[in-house]
Design a binder for this molecule. Structure first.
Ligand SMILES: Cc1cc2nc3c(=O)[nH]c(=O)nc-3n(C[C@H](O)[C@H](O)[C@H](O)COP(=O)(O)OP(=O)(O)OC[C@H]3O[C@@H](n4cnc5c(N)ncnc54)[C@H](O)[C@@H]3O)c2cc1C
Length: 410
């Protein structure tokens, strides 16, 4: 492409969003070039969901789906109206990928293998006639007559419309070339991480899970209810990951030093807990408290909670007394932990921040400050909680951006 030819779209970034954008642009009759900076396409899809690729979530309605995005919810809701979860499921089915739904709503390919998803996307780009170039990192974008000039180590090339689908950047400088075009960039911070809690007693329970657990962040008015997993580093599991996402920016500002309050009963309420303990006292006064776990808690966890409440191991229910009971109630319903730092959740992590949504039209994904330039995927200031929501945003924004980019080249 020597100059901005009509009908040419260049997609920058060969990830989930870039592939969807390239296929959609091609379906509108555009000539499409997909430029990938590294030597691999769809690298994150391959490792996603522990190698199984959590493609989307069983949540159909755009408004409900949008609630799973700590940043960008109202924006992405509009995108879902055009290409949402049902379109994604239908798209993959039409390309030979059947999805199955797990009990918690996550949807995976029935093969439980991310290669199935990669094959579908790769074959679809090939069938659509998309030309793919690896090791073509784009370093600069400049407006030219009728479109855009892209520059990089490959030299330069022109396109009538461009889709930027370069993914999340952990550093602000990584988005400098887009900032130069007049785009505001929301500083990136990590999301979807587990809580580092240097509590030897807790860590000794590695592998123990509880569900449901209510987890709160002290002073932040944020809470989450769901499964919690105790790990070698502290606390993990869906409730913790959800809190890490909604609290991503606030926790970053606190240098990842914060207090986590855990209600191991899942928030049944203090009166219910007192009642349950009083019943245990009345029903089996001779049994040892440590040997009688309540609320479905694992016996190791229950023993640890009794120990935290300073109950002697031999203490029977009948000798618990009001002080002992109240102490146990406090530990079970509101146990504080001092968190210091975060640990990457290996199955999924994303960057919060990116291109400011105020400068992008959700109906087209086109820039409001640089016409002809479109954005898709994690480069935008959109991120979801764990469960397939991040890929859903990539498929949806990719499809809408690609389709519109093609339309504005004619
Ligand atoms: C370990 C892990 C597991 C995950 N699992 C899941 C999951 O199961 N379900 C889910 O919903 N989400 C998951 N996610 C999140 C999901 O992978 C991302 O949200 C999604 O990949 C974003 O897609 P994208 O196309 O925007 O960006 P990316 O997938 O990051 O793709 C961007 C591409 O652009 C290329 N690129 C960057 N800069 C340039 C440049 N200047 N020029 C050319 N090319 C460039 C990059 O090399 C990359 O290939 C996971 C993330 C991780 C890290």
């Amino acid at each position: 492409m020597a100059r901005a030819e009509k009908g040419t779209v260049v997609v920058i970034g060969g990830g989930a969003a870039g592939h969807m954008a390239a296929i959609a642009a091609s379906s509108q009759g555009a000539r499409v070039l997909l430029l990938e900076g590294s030597d691999k396409l769809l690298a994150k899809v391959r490792i996603s969901g522990g190698g199984r690729c959590n493609v989307t979530h069983a949540c159909v309605e755009p408004a409900r789906l949008a609630r799973h995005y700590p940043r960008g919810g109202p924006f992405v809701r509009k995108v879902f109206e055009a290409f949402g979860q049902p379109h994604t499921v239908a798209w993959f089915a039409a390309h030979g990928v059947r999805l199955h739904t797990e009990a918690d709503g996550r949807m995976f390919p029935s093969t439980n293998d991310s290669r199935t998803v990669i094959d579908a996307l790769t074959h679809a780009t090939q069938r659509a006639g998309v030309v793919t170039r690896l090791q073509h990192p784009v370093r600069g974008l400049d407006p030219v007559e009728g479109g855009w000039r892209l520059t990089g180590t490959f030299g330069s090339m022109d396109a009538a419309a461009v889709v930027v689908a370069t993914g999340g950047s952990p550093k602000l400088e990584g988005l400098g070339w887009l900032h130069q075009l007049g785009h505001s960039v929301v500083p990136p911070v990590p999301s979807l991480f587990t809580f580092n809690i240097p509590d030897v007693g807790l860590r000794a329970l590695m592998g123990v899970a509880a569900d449901p657990v209510r987890v709160r962040l002290a002073g932040l008015n944020l809470d989450a209810l769901g499964p919690v997993l105790i790990t070698h580093w502290g606390l993990s599991g869906p409730a913790v990951l959800r809190l890490s996402a909604f609290g991503a920016r606030a926790l970053h500002e606190r240098g990842y030093r914060y207090t986590v309050l855990v209600d191991w009963t899942g928030g049944v309420g203090e009166a219910t807990v007192v009642h349950a303990l009083d019943r245990a006292i009345a029903d089996h006064p001779r049994k040892q408290v440590v040997n009688t776990p309540l609320f479905g808690l694992a016996s190791r966890l229950w023993t640890y909670l009794c120990c935290t409440a300073e109950l002697p191991e031999t203490k029977p229910w009948g000798e618990l007394g009001r002080r002992g009971r109240d102490k146990l109630v406090a530990v079970i319903t509101n146990q504080p932990f001092q968190a210091q730092g975060k640990t990457t959740f290996k199955e999924e992590f994303v960057t919060a921040g990116g291109i400011d949504l105020a400068q992008v039209d959700p109906r087209t994904l086109e820039s409001r400050v640089a016409p002809g330039l479109h954005f898709a995927g994690e480069v935008l200031d959109i991120d979801g909680i764990t469960g397939g929501f991040n890929f859903q945003a990539a498929w949806s924004t990719g499809h809408v951006a690609g389709r519109h980019a093609a339309q504005c080249t004619t």
